[in-house]
Write a protein of this length. Structure first.
Length: 290
C-alpha cells in the first residue's frame, strides 16, 4: 500500500479498522459470549442482556442489536454536546463492529476451557483493538461514554471513568455468570490491554540515546554515515570534573540501537551511554509529516 506524503492512505486506515473490528467480533462472538465471560464495555453488556433475555426470545437478543442500540443514543448525545467531529471517528468503527457481530459465523473456539477462552479472547480482541486504534478509529462504547461524562466531571480523567464503568459491567457479569468466570475475565481484560498497547507502541517505538564521550566528533560521524541518522550535540558540564563536554543525542529504531552501542564501544570504550524509549517520533526517517 503506497503512502501519501509519508502517511498511511485513508484506504489503509479503513482496512485496518475493518480488519480490527472483525477480530473484535470474533473474540466477542466465538470466545467471550460462547464462554459466558464478561470483559466490560458495551460488548459485555450485550452478552449479559443476551443471557438474560433467552427466556423471552429464542437465543436471546443478538449481540449486534444491543451493541447498536446502546451506541445510537450515545452518538446522538455526543454529536449534540461536542459536534459531529467528536463522533465521526467512532462512527465507522461502530458500524463495522456491529456488522461483523451480525454476519460472522459463531464458533466456540475455546470449548469449555475458561483459561483458553481468556487467553485466546484476550489476544484476539487486543490485536483487533490495536488495529482499530492504529487506523485512527474507535468503536464508541464506554470510551465515548466516559468522554461525555468527563465533560461534567472534569476532576476525573476519561481513563478513571472508563475503569469505573467497565468494573461495573464486570461485576454485573459476575452476578449473572458467577465469580469463577469473572476471575478469568480479569485475565482476558489484562491481555486485551497489554496486547493492544504492545501493537500500537511496537509499531511506533524508537530508542533515544544520550552519549557522553571524549570522542564526540568520531561518534557523531559514525551515527550519520553508518546509521544514516541525525545527531545533536548538547553542551554539558561534568559537575564532578568541572569540565565542559559535548553530549550527543540521537534517535534510532529498535534494531539500530544494538549496532549503535557496538559502534560506540569500538570508538570509545569509556563512553557513557544512556538508552531510553522514545514514542511517537515525528520527523524524517520516522513518522513523516506533510
Amino acid at each position: 500500500m503506497k503512502l501519501v506524503n509519508g502517511k498511511r492512505s485513508q484506504l489503509l486506515e479503513y482496512l485496518m479498522i475493518i480488519a480490527g473490528t472483525g477480530l473484535m467480533a470474533l473474540a466477542i462472538n466465538s470466545v467471550f459470549d460462547a464462554s459466558g465471560m464478561v470483559t466490560g464495555g458495551f460488548s459485555g453488556i450485550a452478552i449479559i442482556i443476551k443471557a438474560g433475555s433467552q427466556g423471552i426470545i429464542d437465543g436471546g437478543i443478538p449481540l449486534w442489536v444491543t451493541n447498536m442500540g446502546l451506541n445510537i443514543p450515545l452518538f446522538l448525545i455526543g454529536w449534540k454536546i461536542n459536534g459531529f467531529s467528536f463522533v465521526k471517528k467512532a462512527l465507522i468503527g461502530e458500524i463495522t463492529l456491529s456488522t461483523w457481530l451480525a454476519i460472522e459465523p459463531v464458533w466456540n473456539l475455546a470449548g469449555n476451557d475458561l483459561l483458553l477462552a481468556a487467553l485466546y479472547g484476550g489476544v484476539i480482541q487486543g490485536v483487533g483493538i490495536g488495529l482499530v486504534f492504529l487506523g485512527g478509529g474507535t468503536t464508541g462504547g464506554t470510551d465515548m461514554m466516559a468522554a461525555i461524562i468527563q465533560k461534567y466531571l472534569q476532576h476525573y480523567s476519561i481513563a478513571q471513568i472508563m475503569q469505573v464503568i467497565d468494573a461495573g459491567v464486570v461485576l454485573v457479569g459476575m452476578y449473572v455468570f458467577g465469580i469463577h468466570k469473572a476471575l478469568y475475565a480479569i485475565i482476558a481484560v489484562y491481555l486485551v490491554t497489554k496486547v493492544s498497547d504492545s501493537l500500537i507502541e511496537g509499531l511506533k517505538f524508537s530508542k533515544a540515546a544520550y552519549i557522553i564521550t571524549a570522542k564526540p566528533k568520531e561518534i557523531a560521524d559514525m551515527i550519520m554515515k553508518d546509521l544514516d541518522r541525525g545527531v545533536t550535540g548538547i553542551s554539558a558540564r561534568g559537575m564532578y570534573s568541572g569540565q565542559d563536554k559535548l553530549m550527543l543525542f540521537c534517535v534510532v529504531n529498535k534494531k539500530e540501537i544494538v549496532m549503535l552501542k557496538e559502534k560506540v564501544d569500538e570508538i570509545d570504550p569509556e563512553a557513557f551511554v544512556i538508552v531510553t524509549d522514545a514514542r511517537e517520533v515525528h520527523g524524517e526517517g520516522f513518522i513523516e509529516k506533510k
